[in-house]
Design a protein around this ligand. Structure first.
Ligand SMILES: CC(C)(COP(=O)(O)OP(=O)(O)OC[C@H]1O[C@@H](n2cnc3c(N)ncnc32)[C@H](O)[C@@H]1OP(=O)(O)O)[C@@H](O)C(=O)NCCC(=O)NCCS
Length: 197
């Protein structure tokens, strides 16, 4: 089922381009430091890191892959999810080195429903928004006939790891972080998966 066909109850709705300014900080918060560093490496010659990030988020919104929680014109949380390719290619020519471990894990998650990103604005933490967004992601995966849902999380994010474990996700693979100048205490990216029955 395409994300656009899912029936969403308030405050959740499919994101539109007018939401991008508020989606950007949420996207950065998923892996603090990493996202900005990667964007700066992937930006074109005449582009800032922020420009690149905006372009990437616009693409997700245009594909209909982003769901947001709206409160009086403010976004409280967001989710980006979509079907992982049936044969993700871990050896894309010219791929940035920082992405190598992620691509290796993607190839292990082929054919799953992939949760690319989930984040709540700190002002809305603890109100159950991420729990409800996970329900939506799992519903989308089931509706699309996927056997599993997958996500990547960095090992320095124990809040998120505990949150996923409580929902029945287990770590099925890990790959060493490639930092390329990103100052971090992180050692590994974890692939976490859950069966969708
Ligand atoms: C992880 C995250 C998405 C949870 O969002 P949330 O909307 O606050 O989550 P919920 O209100 O649905 O709560 C779910 C669980 O998160 C945990 N949690 C929520 N807020 C927390 C906080 N401030 N400190 C510690 N744990 C917290 C609790 O374990 C809670 O479980 P409970 O329902 O048994 O109490 C949020 O902390 C966040 O956006 N973090 C930054 C971005 C991020 O790390 N994204 C994941 C990247 S892989």
């Amino acid at each position: 089922m395409p994300v656009a066909d899912v029936v969403l109850d308030a405050p959740f709705k499919i994101a539109t381009l007018g939401d991008i300014d508020e989606i950007l900080p949420l996207a950065k918060s998923t892996v603090p430091g990493f996202v900005e560093h990667l964007w700066s490496r992937l930006a074109g010659e005449d582009e800032t890191a922020e420009d690149f990030g905006r372009r990437a988020q616009i693409a997700f919104v245009n594909e209909g892959n982003t769901i947001v929680a709206h409160f009086d014109g403010r976004i409280g949380a967001m989710l980006i999810s979509y079907p992982m390719a049936e044969s993700p290619n871990p050896h894309v020519p010219g791929m940035d080195e920082m992405l190598r471990p992620l691509m290796t894990l993607f190839s292990k998650a082929k054919g799953t429903w992939y949760l690319h990103g989930i984040a709540t604005d700190p002002d809305y933490f603890g109100r159950g928004l991420a729990t409800r967004l996970m329900d939506i992601a799992e519903h989308l995966g089931r509706s699309a006939g996927k056997p599993k849902i997958s996500l990547l999380v960095i090992d320095t994010n124990p809040t998120a790891i505990r949150f996923y474990e409580k929902r029945g996700y287990a770590t099925t693979a890990r790959e060493a972080v490639v930092g390329k100048g990103w100052q971090t205490a992180a050692k590994n990216w974890l692939l976490m998966e859950k069966a969708l029955h």
